[in-house]
Design a protein around this ligand. Structure first.
Ligand SMILES: [Zn+2]
Length: 388
């Protein structure tokens, strides 16, 4: 390996000790689906342990009975209440109505571990003026909403940082800090797909994500990333120093007949969709073996093809075991695996590590940091008049 350029930076980053990332599986699902997943988990693993160590649920959208189920398991499962920002973005929920309802729900169900603040997410279709208007609205929201809660709950509030530029991310993070919570969430992934509802990486939002992670580390805040977490993305999240993330991908993609493989991503095994590459039984077995994955839910290929809960639980285990294994995987090995299984994400990983080291080096150099701070202050003055 060369000791110049990006690879030198990879080596620098490998000296950091990174803790295990916490995967919050989205459980905003029907109660009968939830019960079915738990039953199959218990039967296949011969255990009465609750399957999910961490979860996220949208209390305003969750079907009848899910909150009660999670309440029963709150000792075994760390739970984030999501604000339903995705539904606000989709126009299914008004922000003012969501805010009013969330205030009541959070007070009634104060047993969750973290509570996302209501917000209006930015989409890739928003023009610069709309982005600024949304950011102003979110900033106001942080202060007004948080003022309804006393100290113990305020610490558990999870404000969401948005922005399409470095200055906006910094400014949004500073405003979110005023909530006085112990964590910040990143909601800055560009959206694509039907109705702008699918989060994905791009070189631009990756830079913003790294900036967010470095900011949280500096301020000793827990860094959470909303709405992303496939097998390739989690490698990037791990090495940029994110503490937790949430994703509905494990169950959503299973419904389309897709299954995860470590580092690689998702492949289709049912022939029901053309959005993922179809692989037959033999090829899937070879891919599983190459990625050294094995779990009770993918041993029987017939069951995996026939039953979505098997695909969902296989996907869940794939993510959960991958983040566990990343802790003991040397960075060079992780980069090599990414290059082998998913070259596009290998490039994202290199880019993220370079950006992370650039920011850490700038932070260690007070002159550069002072210049950055000055620029951020100018941006704050421009975007957020004191009357706010
Ligand atoms: Zn499996």
């Amino acid at each position: 390996m060369s000791t110049k350029g990006p690879d030198r930076l990879l080596l620098l980053t490998s000296q950091d000790r990174l803790a295990q990332v916490d995967f919050h599986a989205s459980l905003t699902i029907n109660r009968c689906h939830f019960d079915r997943l738990c039953q199959i988990w218990a039967r296949e693993l011969q255990t009465d342990e609750f399957p999910f160590r961490s979860a996220i649920v949208s209390p305003l959208v969750a079907r009848n009975g899910i909150l009660e189920r999670l309440f029963e398991h709150r000792q075994q499962c760390r739970i984030i209440f999501d604000s339903g920002g995705f539904h606000v973005q989709q126009g299914r929920l008004e922000l003012s109505s969501a805010t009013r309802q969330l205030r009541e729900v959070y007070k009634e169900h104060d047993w969750a571990d973290r509570f996302a603040l209501p917000d209006t997410p930015i989409t890739s279709r928003d023009c610069p003026e709309t982005v600024k208007r949304k950011l102003r609205s979110n900033r106001r929201q942080y202060q007004v909403f948080a003022s309804n809660f006393l100290e113990p709950i305020r610490r558990k509030l999870l404000p969401v940082v948005h922005g399409t530029t470095s200055e906006q991310i910094r400014s949004s993070a500073r405003a979110a800090r005023q909530v006085a919570s112990e964590s910040l969430g990143f909601g800055g992934f560009s959206t694509s797909g039907p109705n702008g509802g699918v989060n994905s990486f791009s070189t631009d939002n990756l830079r913003l994500l790294v900036q967010f992670a470095v900011y949280c580390k500096k301020e000793k805040l827990n860094a959470h990333v909303f709405g992303i977490g496939g097998p390739s993305a989690i490698v990037v999240l791990h090495y940029v120093g994110i503490d937790s993330f949430d994703s509905a991908g494990w169950i959503r993609t299973a419904a389309y007949g897709n299954v995860y493989l470590p580092y690689l991503g998702a492949v289709n095994i049912t022939g029901a969709t053309e959005s993922r590459r179809f692989v037959g039984k033999r090829e899937f077995a070879e891919m599983r073996s190459a990625s050294q994955h094995s779990c009770p839910f993918c041993r029987d290929h017939k069951a995996l093809v026939k039953y979505w809960p098997y695909r969902a639980l296989h996907n869940y285990i794939t993510v959960a075991s991958s983040i566990h294994e990343l802790q003991s995987t040397p960075l060079n090995q992780a980069v090599e695996n990414m290059r082998r299984f998913n070259p596009r994400f290998a490039n994202y990983l290199s880019l993220a590590l370079c950006e992370r080291n650039r920011l850490l080096e700038a932070e260690a150099n007070p002159e550069i940091e002072a210049a950055d701070e000055m620029l951020a202050d100018l941006a704050d003055d421009f975007q957020a008049p004191k009357s706010l």
